[in-house]
Design a protein around this ligand. Sequence first.
Ligand SMILES: Nc1ncnc2c1ncn2[C@@H]1O[C@H](COP(=O)(O)OP(=O)(O)O)[C@@H](O)[C@H]1O
Ligand SMILES: [Mg+2]
Length: 281
Amino acid sequence: MLSSEDVKDDLDDFIYQAAGHQYINGFRTFLKCNDGTLLKIFQDGNRGHREMEFYSEIFSANHDSDQTASALRHFMPTYFGTVTIKNDKNSQPYMKISDVTSKFKRPCVIDLKIGRRTYDPLATEAKRARAVDKYPLQDQIGFRIDGMKVYNSDTGNYDDYDKIFGRKLDDDTIVNGLSLFYPKEEGWKISLIDNTILRLQALLQWFNSQSRWLFFSSSLLIVYDSDKDSSNEVDIKLVDFTHTYESAVVMNDTNANCTDNNTIYGLNSLLKKLNELKVRC
Ligand SMILES: Nc1ncnc2c1ncn2[C@@H]1O[C@H](COP(=O)(O)OP(=O)(O)O)[C@@H](O)[C@H]1O
Ligand SMILES: [Mg+2]
């Protein structure tokens, strides 16, 4: 367990956040440490606690020899424990996790909310209706663009695309949305799309091999370096585990098939759209 003393003097604003909340209870949702890690705030209610429990379970030393848990570590930020930050009035718990953007000179980031349904099995009817209403096409497409930060080589600045941009895209135009994430230059673009596809296929393989956890409303972060002199590496990580559950906990029927078909559908759909984009290049 870490303490706030470990980090107090080294905190900065995090400038590569593509989506999500900015502040909760007057505290910044993300803070950048100078050691390649971020602090992510505990969200209200059970959500922050659920996310922390999932991180600590996957990164528990007890699971070092557990193939399913340890294989997932490659597709998540690394977890280092919890930290408490204090302001004048309150204390706020945070999780310390690795910053997926830190190894890139000029990172471009897309946040894709993945799965046909973004509400969890415990959600009330009203909550389900609100979730569907945000993006009725989620069930058909299986993912949506929740935000992007893309370096624009013409202006030398970052272009920001928010969740409203993503919600305007439909089954045809979502490929145009994905296209905006990649650079214009054809060879470079194809190579980055190929690397995205390879890594997505590896993640899909993990999902096809497990039935222990169900993910609702998680995001896929895809990151590459827009600095030309850097490699064409594409990193893909799952983030946001505020609605991740052990399937045994949420499925009452012990004989139920607990494969996470919700997420698998989304990953397959994303792969299909990326292949369409490649053909168009
Ligand atoms: N480990 C990480 N490394 C880099 N960026 C991250 C990381 N975790 C989250 N982010 C950034 O913050 C955004 C919101 O993250 P998320 O965990 O989904 O928070 P929220 O619960 O507010 O939706 C993501 O879109 C991403 O840009
Ligand atoms: Mg999120």
